[in-house]
Design a protein around this ligand. Structure first.
Ligand code: DX5
Ligand code: ZN
Length: 216
């Protein structure tokens, strides 16, 4: 499949959010990546339901919502109601991950699991067939604009192999530090979805940068 680009709203200009949403609508981007941080699971707070609803009002592409929060089970229905199409929870935040995944899917959303840089790919072996997306964190979650962790490549290869062997349909998403220097190699080793915050929004021509990230 062709790879997908999911610009991260975390790096948008919140004072001009509608403008930045329209830019993504009119670009070659595929999804909106929406980062939710609670100041507990990660040392930062981003934004909550009113902002997701505001994005949903104007977005013409799916909302890929990445929850960096403790105990996400409390809010699955609320994220659905706010407009999430894909809902990703962290492996490290879910003691009953299988139950959480089933609950997300029963609400009619695609279900994703994110893993932190220190979390082994092997830990997904019992859940890989149940999920629609694996989000491999290529930075420690919490902030945009961080440096890509090089060890990510071997994790992409391991998860690609796991997906093939298990006949899972999960997509591999890479989140953090994706830029013009590494995006091709990420696709080469098996990435299906590239999240890009800083690379898109610090560009003088964001829409062109998205088009460039689509090129192989
Ligand atoms: C990090 C977030 C990322 C972030 C990526 O915790 O999950 O989605 O927005 O930003 P860049 O592309 O700037 O590393
Ligand atoms: Zn994210």
């Amino acid at each position: 499949m062709d790879h997908l680009i999911a610009p991260s709203i975390l790096s948008a200009d919140f004072a001009n959010l509608q403008r930045d949403i329209e830019m993504i609508n009119n670009s070659q981007a595929d999804w909106f990546h929406v980062d939710i941080m609670d100041g507990m699971f990660v040392p930062n707070i981003s934004f909550g339901f009113p902002v997701i609803k505001a994005i949903k009002k104007y977005a013409t592409k799916p909302l890929d919502v990445h929850l960096m929060i403790v105990d996400p089970d409390r809010y699955l229905q609320t994220f659905k109601d706010a407009g999430a199409d894909i809902l990703t929870v962290h492996y490290e935040a879910c003691p009953h991950l299988h139950r959480t995944i089933q609950a997300i899917k029963s609400l009619g959303m695609k279900a994703g699991v994110a893993i932190n840089p220190h979390t082994s790919a092997n830990l997904l072996s019992e859940i890989i067939q149940d999920i629609d997306l694996v989000c491999i964190m290529s930075v420690n979650p919490g902030f945009g604009g961080q440096k890509f962790i090089e060890k990510t490549y071997h994790k992409i290869i391991a998860i690609s192999e796991m997906i093939r062997a298990s006949k899972s349909k999960a997509l591999i998403e890479i989140d953090g530090g994706v830029d013009m220097n590494n995006y091709k190699k990420l696709i080469d080793v098996g990435a299906n979805v590239l999240v890009a915050g800083n690379t898109v929004f610090s560009s003088p021509t964001p829409s062109q940068t998205i088009a460039d990230l689509k090129k192989i």
